[in-house]
Design a protein around this ligand. Structure first.
Ligand code: F6P
Length: 354
């Protein structure tokens, strides 16, 4: 059995742990040959790949990034390198030439959408959900999320001491284009006074009044905002459409925008500073939780391959590793429901949410 593995979309702590687990489980259980396809789906088009064996992957559990490289916009069905033409035939030829029996694809919603299209063309594909944003459908927890939340929580902890020393309002902007999970959990863990998420638009004048009062009461205030958040009636600051855009997605901006808006409302009453955490949230070694989850996902994906269950994505539901249809997750985002228990917890603490 010859299996190809690729990582698509943005990188994420835990990708290498999945590559390791899939490879080791396939070699251990059925002596498979494993090939790593480089730079996401691009490798299917330009033929860049390398063989993976046990010694190559054994030391990878703690390593950040992906040894295979990745690419955000390498969609063979709409290939930017060919003016948006459908180049999926080249990918199929490559799989045939290499005698690859099945593909394990590790990625987020964009990657699962492409995987699902390949599955419809008859390619045996298994998906593994990857997103620090934790926003894939039917999957309650993605590896990478805990690592990102840890970065946000540590940042808020550090910013609190400087905020308190200067009596300032500190704004921290997190990732989270469509869903506010990182800002919500990171904000809770770091003791933020206000948490702004894409799912709940905020009213600027209410936020300004809240920030003024909180800063006077406790001498400082911490505001955690997801990059996809927006003011009621306002516009999204980030460029949200990724797939058809000739430009790469531009990250960030809401924190700076918010700082300007609040300064306009608060004048010299409260001094404000803003920190954009950006790719710090995606870099570095995965937390222990993410290493274990990535490993469980990798083993589960290898199991699906060995049982010939294709067109499926592994997922975590409760504490169980299950599998769901690629068609059920493709092209969708799992947002924070407005009655979610974490939001309720934040409300109970008097955290401003919009
Ligand atoms: O994985 C999703 C994400 O982390 C978003 O929150 C963010 O907008 C995006 O990746 C940025 O990706 P890049 O800068 O790599 O295009």
């Amino acid at each position: 059995m010859h299996i190809g593995i690729l990582t698509g979309g943005g990188d994420c702590p835990g990708l290498n742990a999945v590559i390791r687990a899939v490879t080791l489980a396939l070699i251990e259980r059925c002596g498979a040959t494993v090939t790593g396809i480089e730079r996401g789906f691009l490798g299917l088009l330009d033929g860049r790949c390398r063989s993976l064996d046990a010694p190559t992957v054994r030391g990878l559990i703690a390593e950040g990034g992906t040894i295979l490289g990745t690419h955000n916009r390498a969609d063979p069905f709409h290939y930017f390198g060919a003016g948006g033409a459908d180049c999926s035939g080249h990918a199929l030829d490559f799989l045939g030439r290499q005698n690859i029996d099945a593909l394990v694809v590790i990625g987020g919603d964009g990657t699962m959408t492409i995987a699902e299209r390949f599955a419809r063309l008859g390619v045996p594909v298994v998906g593994v959900p990857k997103t620090i944003d934790n926003d894939l459908m039917l999957n309650e927890r993605s590896f990478g999320f805990d690592s990102a939340v840890t970065v946000v929580s540590e940042a808020l902890g550090r910013l609190q001491t400087t905020a308190r020393s200067h009596g300032r309002l500190m704004i921290v902007e997190t990732m989270g284009r469509y869903a506010g999970w990182i800002a919500l959990e990171g904000g809770l863990a770091g003791g933020a006074d206000a948490i702004l998420i894409p799912e709940q638009s905020y009213q600027l004048d209410h936020l300004a009044a809240f920030a003024r009062q909180r800063a006077h009461e406790q001498g400082f205030a911490l505001l955690c905002v997801a990059e996809g958040a927006k003011a009621l009636g306002g516009e999204w600051v980030i460029q949200r459409q990724l797939d058809d855009s000739p430009d790469p997605l531009r990250l960030g901006g809401i924190g700076q925008r918010l700082m300007g808006d609040l300064e306009a409302q608060l004048g010299s009453e409260v001094e404000i500073r803003c920190t954009l955490l950006g790719h710090l949230q995606r870099g570095g070694s995965p937390t222990a939780f993410d290493r274990v989850l990535a490993t469980r996902f990798g083993v589960a994906a290898a199991g699906l391959v060995m049982r010939g269950q294709f067109g499926r994505m592994v997922a975590l539901q409760g504490d169980r590793c299950v599998d769901v249809g690629l068609g059920e997750v493709a092209g969708q985002n799992r947002c924070v429901p407005l009655d979610h228990e974490r939001l309720q917890v934040a409300r109970e603490l008097g955290v401003f949410l919009g």
